[in-house]
Design a protein around this ligand. Structure first.
Ligand SMILES: CC[C@@H](C(=O)O)C(=O)SCCNC(=O)CCNC(=O)[C@H](O)C(C)(C)COP(=O)(O)OP(=O)(O)OC[C@H]1O[C@@H](n2cnc3c(N)ncnc32)[C@H](O)[C@@H]1OP(=O)(O)O
Ligand code: CO
Length: 140
């Protein structure tokens, strides 16, 4: 069901410093920061030849990455994002197998303008999984 690895996300305490490090020390192509208030994060994408790294900084008081950074103040790998063809079908199949879809269970529009949802890390080997639909258009 899952397809390409879309991105690996790293939560960071200082997005400007992390962006500069990826650009200047690692020589990567780094985007400008974008605020995502619906997701409680500010995001920078690092483009690699085969995938992307998503650098995340908390935005607002209810950021879903705040507790993570309290536990790991230096930052750390926060989630992996896999592409799926049909996010509604993927969610239904996973829920039927007992996996917890986070939030209200409905996809939100993610950083690439496509539907995304998250699966509880306790159901997937301690790893938070984001699913992103490969196409921006939701199935009826
Ligand atoms: C920019 C948009 C989008 C994109 O398009 O790419 C994004 O990527 S947005 C990214 C941020 N959004 C999210 O993370 C949404 C989903 N996350 C959540 O709903 C919550 O963060 C959570 C995963 C349910 C965690 O809840 P929280 O209240 O923050 O923490 P807890 O301490 O209660 O966590 C419970 C339990 O799970 C462990 N945990 C938490 N986060 C992670 C993680 N990222 N990876 C692995 N494990 C995680 C946490 O340690 C707790 O375990 P115990 O201590 O053993 O109970
Ligand atoms: Co993400």
């Amino acid at each position: 069901m899952i397809g390409r690895l879309n991105h690996v996300a790293i939560a960071v305490p200082d997005l400007a410093a992390a962006s500069a490090q990826y650009r200047d020390a690692l020589g990567a192509k780094v985007s400008e920061p974008v605020e995502e208030p619906d997701h409680g994060v500010t995001v920078v994408f690092v483009e690699l030849p085969n995938t992307k790294i998503e650098l995340l900084e908390p935005l607002g008081e209810a950021s879903p990455i705040a507790k993570f950074l309290e536990k790991s103040p230096a930052g750390g790998i926060h989630h992996v994002c896999y592409e799926v063809d049909d996010i509604g079908d993927a969610a239904a199949r996973l829920q039927a197998k007992g996996a917890r879809v986070l939030g209200d269970g409905e996809p939100k529009i993610g950083a690439h303008g496509k539907p995304v949802l998250f699966l509880h890390p306790k159901d997937f080997n301690g790893t938070l999984i984001e699913l992103e639909q490969a196409s921006a258009v939701m199935a009826p």
